[in-house]
Design a protein around this ligand. Structure first.
Ligand SMILES: Nc1nc2c(ncn2[C@@H]2O[C@H](COP(=O)(O)OP(=O)(O)OP(=O)(O)O)[C@@H](O)[C@H]2O)c(=O)[nH]1
Ligand SMILES: [Mg+2]
Length: 500
């Protein structure tokens, strides 16, 4: 069983379905192994890094010295004819200038399942192992090519569902978050190194600033503020990454399926004038202003379903409503708001009321207490009028529910979230955390720092406070993957003169 951290030459398909596929290889000695199954071994071995070589993947050992020379005719199937697996282009990388930091090659072959399988099988015969999930990025991290935040953003990019989600991941890949954590770390180091020196050499002369109850407290406070800002932005980042479930509900015949189709710009769900048309829920993926959404059309809600099948459908609609992050509640404008609609409005579910069929039903008759401006929409699923407004309201509403930080999680009560740019000139909400792992570590750091300040306020001795600062620093170091006590020492001695 292979493990992360092995250094064997590895190979794996790196692309999905298509006319061409890329099989990526990496590891010390990988080019030598590849040469064993490549029609032009010497050309490959001589190739400088970042060059592309044309050739064939062939069965291992096929090119023997006594194989037919270039001027001799060879017939397919004769013992000397190598079995050709695929015609390929090989991009050659040489350490350290590669994604993983190791020697390696990307084999661009044909994309058919059978071809890719045969190429991988041939590579196995040559001595490559199958790469584990994420192993190339793991190696990139181990070889110092990517920090952990950037490694995670690679994974994000691979699964990004909307342009906005991809853009946010790209920002993280470019190192925005890594730099922010470095700066936070620097701030913490300033404070902690002053504390350490104070503990180690209490009799030494230390400038007045450092000799207070918690030396360089402002630096640690700034670190806390920045960590809190990152924590507060996380739910929003997760929304762009993981998306939301939006359910279209309402009474039979309200125009739910028509709206579903209009939002999708496609006739996906059956529309008919008889109530009870939609029996089972139907879903589609789409983007609301960059937020990936699973949009679900459901069977109309009514107590007295006309037959058992419709009844099951209504049951399923209610299940979908349970799971919804947001409900688009459609009202048939020609029928107005009924008792059943009002029953729904009294549930705690977050919903947007939609007054449908505005082309034939005047929207003036809408009850104002339900149809609040900017929180509801009047539209016609038939003509498309008002759909854009609904999309905007859906996006705002989804973002709204993510904006407030978890209760007691990141802010003391009553404190509004600060936008990063207002504090540090950074890129506003655009810079946020990229994974639950990062969020957990940020939370841990925030917890440790709050504990440190709590003790400092109580004038507790530095011996008690220092471990919390160290914990915060370790958590931040873990985020980027660079914890090292040597760093603490280096910063400490470069800032204080103790060698007298
Ligand atoms: N004039 C007008 N008719 C509409 C509009 N939206 C839907 N309709 C009509 O209303 C009827 C019902 O539409 P559907 O979209 O099937 O309604 P539904 O809510 O999905 O109905 P069930 O699936 O039965 O619950 C159809 O005849 C539609 O053409 C609209 O905006 N304007
Ligand atoms: Mg329907």
């Amino acid at each position: 069983m292979r493990r992360y951290g092995d250094r064997d030459p590895i190979a794996a398909r790196a692309t999905g379905q298509g006319a061409l596929a890329i099989v990526r290889t990496s590891g010390g000695g990988s080019l030598d192994l590849l040469a064993r199954v490549f029609s032009r071994p010497q050309a490959l071995l001589d190739a400088p890094g970042n060059t592309v070589i044309y050739g064939w993947i062939v069965e291992p050992g096929a090119f023997r010295r006594n194989a037919a020379g270039p001027n001799e005719t060879r017939r397919a199937g004769t013992p000397d004819e190598p079995r050709r697996v695929d015609e390929v282009l090989v991009s050659v990388y040489r350490a350290p200038k590669s994604y993983t930091g190791e020697d390696g090659a990307d084999i661009s072959c044909h994309g058919g399942e059978a071809v890719v399988k045969a190429v991988l099988e041939t590579l196995r015969k040559a001595g490559f192992s199958d790469a584990l999930a994420g192993e190339f990025s793991f190696r990139a991290f181990m070889n110092g090519r990517l920090d952990l935040t950037r490694s995670e953003s690679v994974m994000e990019l691979v699964s990004a569902k909307t342009g906005e989600a991809a853009e946010r991941a790209l920002r993280r890949l470019s190192g925005v978050l890594e730099r922010e954590f470095h700066q936070i770390r620097e701030k913490l180091l300033e404070s902690l190194s002053a504390v350490e020196i104070f503990l180690d050499y209490p009799e030494d002369e230390i400038d007045g600033e450092a000799a207070g109850p918690l030396p360089y407290r402002e630096a640690a406070e700034e670190a806390l503020r920045r960590l809190e800002t990152l924590a507060a932005s996380y739910r929003r980042e997760r929304l762009y990454r993981e998306g939301a479930i939006v359910v279209i509900a309402g009474r039979p015949n309200a125009g739910k399926s028509s709206l579903f189709n209009a939002l999708l710009r496609e006739d996906r769900s059956i529309v008919a004038e008889n109530p009870g048309t939609t029996r089972d829920w139907i879903e589609a993926s789409l983007s609301f202003e960059g937020i990936p959404v699973r949009l679900i059309d459901t069977a109309g809600l009514r107590e007295d379903a006309s037959d058992p099948v419709e009844e099951i459908g209504v049951g399923r609609s209610r299940e979908m409503l349970e799971n919804a992050d947001l409900v688009i509640y459609v009202i048939d404008g020609t029928a107005g708001v009924t008792g059943e609609d009002r029953a729904f409005f009294s549930t705690p579910k977050k919903f947007i009321p939609v007054w449908n069929k505005a082309d034939i039903a005047p929207s003036g008759s809408r009850p104002a207490e339900i149809f609040l401006p900017e929180k509801s929409a009047a539209l016609s699923a038939k003509t498309g009028e008002g759909i854009e407004t609904l999309c905007r309201i859906v996006a705002e509403s989804l973002l709204d529910s993510q904006a407030c930080p978890d209760a007691g999680d990141s802010f003391s009560a009553g404190e509004p979230p600060e936008r990063p740019e207002s504090v540090h000139g950074l890129s506003g909400w655009g810079m946020g955390l990229g994974s639950d792992r990062q969020k957990d570590l940020v939370d841990r750091a925030v917890f440790s720092l709050r504990e440190a300040f709590f003790l400092a306020d109580k004038k507790e001795p530095l011996e008690l406070i220092a471990p919390f600062l160290r914990e915060a620093l370790n958590s931040v170091g873990e985020i980027t993957g660079e914890i090292s006590t040597a760093d603490i020492l280096e910063t400490m001695f470069s800032r204080f003169c103790v060698g007298k």
